[in-house]
Design a protein around this ligand. Structure first.
Ligand SMILES: NC(=O)c1ccc[n+]([C@@H]2O[C@H](COP(=O)([O-])OP(=O)(O)OC[C@H]3O[C@@H](n4cnc5c(N)ncnc54)[C@H](OP(=O)(O)O)[C@@H]3O)[C@@H](O)[C@H]2O)c1
Length: 238
């Protein structure tokens, strides 16, 4: 796809991977809609980009995907790419895990991803084109003790992406996932030092390593689809 002047909607754009994707897609001339809860951070980011508009809010609000689609169409008259990226990572042993945080993670990492995907794919089907990329994780391809609930959310994203890809074959619409290993972002801000040390024991990627991969997926010619890109630090031990 020639990305120049195309329109992308990015969730979780206020920090980390989503912010880097916004900067990468801006650099190739895309027009952007940025969303997350932190309006200030989004506006600061938008001010540093050539053509970006902000609609802040909780993506777990069931109305939000409709509002974002409408906002993109009102702002730019089209929507070509959706980066379904917002997510959190809550882990813990059975004795210590907070079930409400786990349920909140499931609503964000799974329910909001489904809602965003179905809302925007209905639009893509109407216009006969579009590209959806879901941010999954290496945790969506394997499991680890105490990571089960997060593993479950990202396995759900992988299964959903794969099924959609097949459902949409022949429609002109592409669906893919990007599955990072450990990336140095705010995702681990509330973690214990011990858990941080474990997750980064093989080194860390930079958000730019993922945004470069997303751009690569998007720039493939029409007849090529990279359905999943797994990107890990060279020395990641799992
Ligand atoms: N970092 C890694 O090692 C890694 C590895 C594999 C996969 N991932 C995945 O990458 C994605 C991005 O994470 P990141 O690493 O870039 O972490 P991050 O820096 O913490 O970014 C998370 C983004 O999600 C947004 N967000 C969180 N809760 C939200 C809510 N309820 N409603 C709307 N937006 C919300 C945050 O913005 P606000 O707080 O402003 O709302 C922020 O923009 C996630 O899906 C994560 O699972 C990360």
């Amino acid at each position: 796809m020639d990305l120049n002047n195309k329109v992308a909607l990015i969730t979780g754009a206020s920090s980390g991977i989503g912010k880097a994707i916004a900067q990468e897609l801006d650099s190739v001339g895309m027009k952007l809609v940025l969303t997350a809860r932190s309006q200030d951070k989004l506006e600061q980011l938008a001010a540093s980009l050539k053509n970006a508009k902000v609609l802040a809010g909780a993506i777990t609000d069931a109305q939000m995907p409709y509002s974002l689609l409408e906002f993109a169409l009102e702002s730019y008259g089209r929507l070509d790419v959706v980066i379904n990226n917002a997510g959190v990572m809550t882990i813990g042993a059975i004795e210590e895990v907070d079930i409400d945080s786990i349920a909140q993670m499931a609503r964000l990492n799974v329910e909001a991803v489904y809602r965003m995907a179905y809302t925007t794919l209905k639009h893509f089907k109407k216009v006969g084109s579009g590209f959806l990329i879901n941010t999954s994780s290496i945790a969506g391809l394997k499991t680890a003790p105490t990571y089960g609930a997060y593993n479950g959310t990202k396995h759900a994203v992988e299964a959903f992406t794969d099924a959609l890809r097949m459902e949409l074959a022949g429609t002109g619409i592409k669906v893919a996932s990007v599955a990072p290993g450990t990336v140095d972002t705010g995702l681990y801000d509330n973690w214990t030092q011990e858990n941080k040390d474990y997750i980064s024991s093989g080194g860390v990627l930079l958000p730019e390593d993922i945004s470069r991969s997303v751009r690569f997926i998007l720039e493939q010619p029409d007849h090529v689809l990279i359905p999943r890109m797994l990107v890990v630090p060279t020395n990641q031990p799992v």
